[in-house]
Design a protein around this ligand. Structure first.
Ligand SMILES: Nc1ncnc2c1ncn2[C@@H]1O[C@H](COP(=O)(O)OP(=O)(O)OP(=O)(O)O)[C@@H](O)[C@H]1O
Length: 455
C-alpha cells in the first residue's frame, strides 16, 4: 500500500460518500504507512480522527483491502502528538495547527453572542400564557440529566423566547460553570458556517459545535431555505443528541409549520419537548408592566404613575411585550423631560401613535367563532335558521357584540347572520341590553367574551 494508491482509492471513496462528506472527512486524512496489518493515517485533530474512525473506518478498510488484503485495522493519529521519525512528522512549518481544546474552541464562540444581563428568570413575569414554557426552561436550566431533547420554544414576535433562552444560559453559567454553554442565533450559526467554509476551517467549526454541553439556537426559522446550513445544522444536532447533550431551540412557529425546512430537520426538532408561548393576556401584560415600572424606577426614582395608567396600557396594547415595554420607556422619558407626572392625559398625548396602531379590528367572523365556542354550539347552527333558545340566545349575544365591537351597520350584521333583516338584529341587540342588566350570567358571559376578543 502506497500514498499513490491511497490517492486512487480516495477517488472511489468520493463516489461512495458524496462530495460534502468527502471534503469534510476524507480529504483531510493522509495515508502514512501500513505495517503489521495496520494502516496508519495522519489526521489534523483527534476529533476528526475519532469521527472518521467511528463513521468511515469500515468503508475505508474495505477499499484498502482491495489493494492489500493483509490489512486488518486502521489507526488515526495526529502527527504532532505521535512525534515519530522524520517520515511521520511533517516539517514544522507545514505541521497542522495544534488542536485547540474543546473549552478554548467553545469559549471563542461564546464571546460572539453576548447575553443580555436583564434577561433573567427573576425579571421574567410568569402568567398562564407562558407558564409551561417557563417551567420547561427552568428545568433545563438546572443542568441535570437531559430529559427532553431538544427543548423547542416557539411563539409570536416579542413574547419572551429570547428572554427565556438568555435566562437559561445565565442560570447554567451560575449553577454549572464547568459546562460549555453555547448560545447563538441561527443567523450567527450560518455566518460562522459560511466563514468556516470560506477559510477552510470546517474542522474547527465542527469541533467547536460538537464539543459544547448545551447548544442554544435562537430564531431557527432563519435557516429555512438555506440548504447547506440546514444540512450542517442537522449533523451538529444529531452529533450532540447522540452524546446526550442538551439542545434548546427557539422559533417563531412550531417545527411543522416552518416552510422550506427539510422534513428530517422538522422531525428531529419535534422529537423533544415542543412548547409554545401563547399571546399575552391582560393579567400577564399588567404584571409585566408593573415589573418594568420597578426597573424604570432605578433611572427615574421621583416619577409616580397614576392609578389606572398601567391598566389602560395593558388593556390597549395587546400586540407584543416589546411594544408594551417601549411604550413605558417612552412614557417615563417624556414625563421626566416635561416634568409632569404620568397620568392618563400624558399617556394619551405621548403614546397616541402607539395606541392608534395597536387598535385591533375585530371582525364579525371572529365574534361568531368565539361565541359559538363559548356556548359550545356549531357555528352553522348559530348562523342558520334554527329558532331553538339554545341557538337563538347565543346568536343575539353575537349580534350584540358585533354591534358594540365592530363598525358594521345593522343590515351588514344581518347579512352575516344568514341574511337576516336589520330589524331582527336590532331586536336581538335590545334584548341582550335588557338581559345584561337583569341576568348575572349573561353579563358575565359578555364580559368574558369581550376580554377574549380583545386579547
Ligand atoms: N414574560 C415576560 N416577562 C418580562 N419581560 C418579558 C416577558 N416576555 C417578554 N418580555 C420582554 O419583551 C421583550 C421582547 O422579548 P424577546 O426578545 O424575548 O421576544 P422574542 O419572543 O424573542 O421575540 P422575537 O420573535 O422578535 O425574537 C424583551 O425586552 C423581554 O424582556
Amino acid at each position: 500500500m502506497t500514498k499513490e494508491k491511497w490517492g486512487q482509492l480516495r477517488q472511489r471513496l468520493l463516489k461512495t460518500v458524496g462530495q460534502n462528506n468527502y471534503t469534510n472527512w476524507i480529504e483531510p486524512i493522509e495515508f502514512r504507512a501500513a505495517n503489521d496489518g495496520i494502516a496508519t493515517f495522519d489526521v489534523p485533530t483527534t476529533f476528526l480522527g475519532n469521527y472518521v474512525s467511528q463513521n468511515y473506518a469500515d468503508l475505508i478498510l474495505h477499499e484498502l483491502k482491495t489493494e492489500d488484503p493483509s490489512l486488518q485495522r486502521l489507526r488515526f493519529a495526529v502527527p504532532a502528538h505521535v512525534g515519530a521519525g522524520a517520515e511521520a512528522a511533517p516539517a514544522a512549518e507545514q505541521r497542522p495547527e495544534a488542536p485547540r481544546t474543546s473549552k478554548q474552541a467553545a469559549n471563542n464562540v461564546l464571546t460572539t453572542a453576548p447575553l443580555d444581563k436583564r434577561f433573567t428568570f427573576d425579571t421574567f413575569v410568569v402568567g398562564k400564557p407562558n407558564e409551561l414554557a417557563h417551567a420547561a426552561a427552568r428545568r433545563v436550566a438546572e443542568g441535570g440529566p437531559v430529559t427532553f431533547n431538544p427543548l423547542f420554544l416557539y411563539g409570536g414576535v416579542g413574547l419572551g423566547k429570547t428572554h427565556l433562552m438568555h435566562a437559561i444560559a445565565h442560570e447554567l453559567r451560575e449553577r454549572r460553570p464547568e459546562m460549555n454553554v453555547l448560545y447563538l442565533s441561527a443567523e450567527q450559526f450560518m455566518y460562522r458556517f459560511v466563514q468556516a467554509l470560506r477559510d477552510r476551517k470546517m474542522m474547527d467549526f465542527k469541533e467547536i459545535f460538537r464539543s459544547v454541553d448545551v447548544l442554544m439556537v435562537d430564531d431557527v426559522q432563519f435557516i429555512a431555505g438555506k440548504d447547506s446550513t440546514q444540512e450542517e445544522f442537522f449533523h451538529t444536532f444529531n452529533a450532540l443528541v447522540d452524546q446526550n447533550k442538551q439542545i434548546i431551540i427557539s422559533a417563531d412557529r412550531a417545527p411543522g409549520e416552518i416552510k422550506d425546512l427539510e422534513d428530517r430537520v422538522k422531525s428531529r426538532l419535534q422529537c423533544g419537548l415542543v412548547v409554545d408561548l401563547h399571546p399575552t393576556d391582560y393579567e400577564l401584560r399588567l404584571g409585566i408592566l408593573q415589573s418594568k415600572v420597578e426597573q424604570q424606577r432605578v433611572n427615574y426614582p421621583d416619577l409616580e404613575v397614576e392609578t389606572g395608567v398601567l391598566e389602560f396600557l395593558a388593556h390597549r396594547i395587546s400586540t407584543n411585550v416589546r411594544v408594551l415595554e417601549g411604550a413605558l420607556t417612552r412614557l417615563f422619558a417624556f414625563a421626566s423631560l416635561v416634568g409632569r407626572e404620568i397620568n392618563m392625559e400624558l399617556t394619551q398625548d405621548c403614546l397616541s401613535d402607539v395606541l392608534r396602531a395597536s387598535e385591533r379590528k375585530i371582525t364579525v367572523e371572529e365574534i361568531q367563532r368565539k361565541v359559538s365556542d363559548h356556548y359550545n354550539i356549531r357555528l352553522s347552527d348559530m348562523i342558520g335558521p334554527k329558532r331553538l333558545r339554545s341557538y337563538a340566545r347565543p346568536r343575539q349575544v353575537a349580534m350584540y357584540l358585533c354591534k358594540k365591537m365592530t363598525s358594521r351597520s345593522l343590515p351588514e350584521i344581518g347579512r352575516r347572520f344568514g341574511g337576516r333583516d336589520h330589524t331582527t338584529v336590532m331586536h336581538g341587540v335590545k334584548r341582550i341590553e335588557e338581559l345584561k342588566a337583569q341576568d348575572g350570567q349573561i353579563a358575565e358571559d359578555l364580559e368574558l367574551l369581550r376580554r377574549a376578543l380583545e386579547e
